[in-house]
Ligand binder design. Structure first.
Ligand SMILES: Cc1cc2nc3c(=O)[nH]c(=O)nc-3n(C[C@H](O)[C@H](O)[C@H](O)COP(=O)(O)O)c2cc1C
Length: 206
C-alpha cells in the first residue's frame, strides 16, 4: 500500500538541490510512497497572538500535515543549522499547544549539500525538534547527502544513476516500511484494546 507522505523542503530556491532530491524520491518510490511537497514559503511567521484567529496559510499547512501518514524533511543546512523557513513551518505545525499536527507522525530526515558533511548539523537540529514533537523518527539509513550539485541530476530533474540514487531508493523503501510498521502496530493495539473491552463487557453480563 502506498503511504501518503508530506514532504517539507527547507529551501525556497527555484533550483534547490533539496527540492530536486525530494522530487527524485517521489519519482523513484511512486509505487510505495504517494508523495506531495507541501509549500511553506507563504507561511506568515509564527506569532502566538494569531493562534485564536490563524492565517489561512497556517490552516492549509496544518490540514495537509494532519492528513498525511508520514512527514519527510528534505533540507539544506544554513550556517550549521535549520533554515529559518523550515523552523517557522515546524513551529506553525506544532501549535496551538496540545494540537500539534506533528504528534505521532512518523518522520524521516534527508539533508543535501554541495559541502562534504551533507548538512549533518541541520539534520540533527531537525531530528531534535521532531523528537521533541513526539514524531517517531526513522533512525536508519541516515541521509547526510554530501557533494550534491547540479551535476548530480539528469535532464528529467532527478538524481542520475549511481550510488546516490541507490541510497535514495533504499531510504524510500526503509521509510515506507517504517511508516507501515508504525501504523500497523497502532492498528493492532487498537484492535487488542477493543477486543479486551468487549471481553470485559461480556464478563460483566455473564
Ligand atoms: C545562508 C546560507 C547558509 C549556508 N550554510 C551552509 C552550511 O552551514 N553548511 C553547508 O553545507 N552549506 C551551507 N550553505 C550552502 C548550501 O548548502 C547550498 O547553497 C545549497 O545549495 C542550499 O540548498 P538548496 O540547493 O536546496 O537551496 C549555505 C547557504 C546559504 C544561502
Amino acid at each position: 500500500m502506498a503511504h501518503n507522505i508530506a514532504i517539507i523542503v527547507g529551501s525556497l530556491r527555484k533550483d534547490s538541490l533539496n527540492r530536486r532530491v525530494a522530487r527524485s524520491i517521489c519519482s523513484f518510490a511512486g509505487d510505495i510512497l504517494d508523495c506531495g511537497i507541501v509549500e511553506i514559503g507563504d507561511l506568515p511567521l509564527y506569532n502566538q497572538d494569531l493562534d485564536t484567529d490563524p492565517p489561512e496559510q497556517w490552516t492549509r499547512f496544518r490540514q495537509t500535515i494532519a492528513a498525511a501518514d508520514g512527514v519527510l524533511f528534505c533540507s539544506p543546512e544554513y550556517n550549521r543549522g535549520i533554515p529559518g523557513v523550515l523552523k517557522n513551518a515546524i513551529d506553525v505545525g506544532s501549535r496551538p499547544y496540545g494540537q500539534s499536527v506533528f504528534d505521532k507522525k512518523p518522520a524521516a530526515i534527508v539533508t543535501a549539500s554541495p559541502g562534504s558533511i551533507g548538512g549533518f548539523g541541520a539534520n540533527h537540529q531537525i531530528r531534535q525538534a521532531a523528537v521533541f514533537l513526539n514524531m517517531p523518527v526513522m533512525q536508519a539509513p541516515e541521509a547526510y547527502l554530501g557533494h550534491v550539485s547540479d551535476d548530480s541530476f539528469g535532464e528529467d530533474g532527478c538524481i542520475k544513476e549511481g550510488p546516490l540514487k541507490e541510497l535514495i531508493k533504499v531510504l524510500a523503501h526503509a521509510f515506507h516500511d517504517w511508516v507501515d510498521m508504525i501504523h500497523r502496530s497502532r492498528q493492532l493495539l487498537a484492535e487488542d484494546s477493543a477486543h479486551a473491552s468487549q471481553q470485559a463487557k461480556a464478563k460483566e453480563h455473564a
